[in-house]
Design a protein around this ligand. Structure first.
Ligand SMILES: Cc1cc2nc3c(=O)[nH]c(=O)nc-3n(C[C@H](O)[C@H](O)[C@H](O)COP(=O)(O)OP(=O)(O)OC[C@H]3O[C@@H](n4cnc5c(N)ncnc54)[C@H](O)[C@@H]3O)c2cc1C
Length: 498
């Protein structure tokens, strides 16, 4: 329920004093932009915030939190708004803090191997900046053109470098956090890995989905750009064969930078995303690399993207060794032009007005699955997902998995096309999402593996966390006694009173 705007007149004036008139709005036409993210609409109900503001400094963020405590107004920190599970939907109205004007790269410290940035920096901008120094941050999600560093710390995402360097959380050296009371802390020494002079606060405040404070600055590990990188795309007779090859690669001790698998359908959809036949009118902003139709592939075939990077000799030797492994599992290289098209499709999001054929389908794709599962169970999830797609008769965009260090766990993503204006379609999608998440929990997987829980997946949290949940609630109450930070996310906890 939205807050009573009259009641917040005082808050509005105070917000203007903190961030300036041009950085506060309570006009409906502005607020509409903040009522949604990339998730499937849960209901026809709108979740409009009362105010949306931009902050530029840690001090402003701290003043805003103090004010929100005074008025008991919820705060929802927001980055690029690409969350697939309703993480930035203002479930209880309040103030959406748009972090994207905190976009300064503060310091590249080659000596200590770190970079310090403000939380609103977009990953892509950081990557481009760091290239000038010959270094990179090991994070490459498909949403890197829009996703912000502060948000990455809060959802502990996956990306193309996971197999070698781990998840985003493994790249964090230190966080600056504005606590729910307005106090500002640094979680760790910003220059050196701290093996244990205190509790691991960096991890505590990571992956919190904005419920434990506002992240204002982040110090990340940087690494030299690899001398050499080899990327190969392979096709397998079945998805099961592709997963078998991943197990064999894990057991061989090789260290790929990336391993990703997908089914034939996902591969086919990706190639079609960059295919334009000569009849189609040219659109200057559309990425097109394929001028001939993609080759036929069975829906349940397997495709693997694998990369090795580092010193040239090492990368090349690892590629030679991996060839022996995947050949034993029936894998063979796809033609060069298909590899080029697949990799281009992954870069296509920002430029392509019809990303991954949503427009052709007449409806956008929505995430149906984004979970982490032990490697050995990946095939089972794949097969059950396909059965559910048949059972509910939905149009799927296929399934893919990224494998992450240290144990090659599989983070599996799948999307379906849903017309959100159609109530029946939304209900069916929700049923499918429900079944597939219960399956994942039953198999010992984690539901928060891709984008956190948001509003949509909070109903599984009890099953997932068991008795640890009560301790988490106690911690949240201790740090955020008025429950102002992103209420309705991460934990089911009593919303503000009055
Ligand atoms: C097309 C597409 C592809 C995607 N691909 C990937 C992928 O490959 N890997 C992956 O992991 N995810 C992926 N995602 C999901 C999403 O991009 C990630 O979860 C990303 O980290 C969200 O970044 P954002 O800036 O958009 O965050 P938002 O959606 O704005 O926010 C996400 C969460 O972080 C909180 N938050 C944001 N900023 C702050 C802050 N400064 N302080 C405290 N809390 C904050 C929000 O309250 C919210 O709970 C994809 C999404 C889309 C739409």
């Amino acid at each position: 329920m939205n807050s009573n705007i009259q009641q917040f007149d005082g808050a509005y004036e105070a917000l203007i004093k903190i961030v300036g008139t041009e950085n506060v709005t309570r006009e409906e036409y502005d607020l509409i932009c903040y009522e949604k993210d990339f998730s499937l609409s849960l209901t026809a109900r709108k979740f409009m915030p009362d105010f949306a503001i931009h902050v530029r400094t840690t001090r402003q963020a701290s003043e805003v939190i103090k004010l929100a405590n005074r008025y008991k107004i919820p705060i929802v920190p927001r980055g690029g708004g690409t969350n697939p599970w309703g993480g930035v939907i203002p479930a209880n109205g309040g103030i959406v803090i748009d972090m994207r004007k905190m976009d300064r790269i503060l310091k590249v410290d080659r000596e200590n191997g770190t970079v310090a940035v403000q939380a609103g920096v977009v990953i892509w901008n950081l990557v481009k900046h760091l290239e000038k120094y010959g270094v990179f941050v090991a994070d490459k999600p498909e949403s890197w053109f829009a996703a912000t560093i502060g948000a990455r710390t809060q959802t502990n995402g996956t990306g193309y470098y996971n197999s070698k360097y781990g998840r985003f959380i493994d790249q964090i050296v230190c966080l600056e956090v504005v606590l729910p009371t307005g106090e500002v802390i640094k979680t760790d020494p910003p220059k050196v890995y701290d093996p244990g002079s205190g509790y691991d606060l960096t991890r505590l405040f990571s992956n919190a989905e904005g419920t434990l404070g506002i992240i204002t600055e982040v110090t990340l590990r940087i690494r030299p750009l690899p001398e050499h990188r080899v990327v190969e795309v392979l096709e397998f007779p079945t998805y099961k064969d592709a997963v078998k090859a991943v197990v064999a690669i894990r057991d061989s001790g090789l260290v790929p930078e990336t391993i990703e698998t997908m089914d034939g359908k996902r591969y086919d959809r990706s190639l079609h995303a960059v295919y334009i036949d000569s009849q189609e009118p040219y659109h200057p902003s559309r990425v097109s690399v394929l001028r001939k139709p993609p080759p036929e592939i069975a829906n349940d075939a397997g495709v693997m993207v694998i990369a090795f990077a580092g010193a040239k000799k090492l990368a090349v030797t690892q590629v030679e060794l991996v060839h022996e492994i995947y050949q034993k599992c029936g894998g063979k290289l796809v033609p060069d032009w298909c590899q080029e098209a697949l990799l281009a499709s992954k870069e296509a999001y920002p430029h392509n007005p019809a990303p991954h054929d949503s427009t052709l389908m007449g409806k956008p794709f929505k995430y149906a699955l984004g979970t982490t599962i032990p490697l050995e169970r990946a095939t089972e999830v794949f097969q059950t997902y396909l059965k559910l797609v048949d059972k509910y008769n939905v149009e799927s965009r296929g399934i893919e998995a990224i494998y992450g260090a240290p144990d090659f766990h599989a983070t599996i993503c799948a999307q379906i096309y849903v017309d959100e204006r159609n109530k029946t379609e939304v209900q069916i999608a929700r049923k499918l999402i429900d079944e597939v998440h219960h399956l994942v929990i039953g198999l010992g997987g984690s539901i928060g593996g891709h984008g956190g829980l948001g509003m949509m997946r909070i109903r599984y949290v009890k099953n997932q966390r068991g008795t640890a949940l009560e301790l988490a609630r106690k911690m949240k109450r201790l740090l955020d006694p008025n429950n102002i930070m992103n209420p309705g996310k991460k934990l089911k906890i009593k919303i503000r009173e009055g």
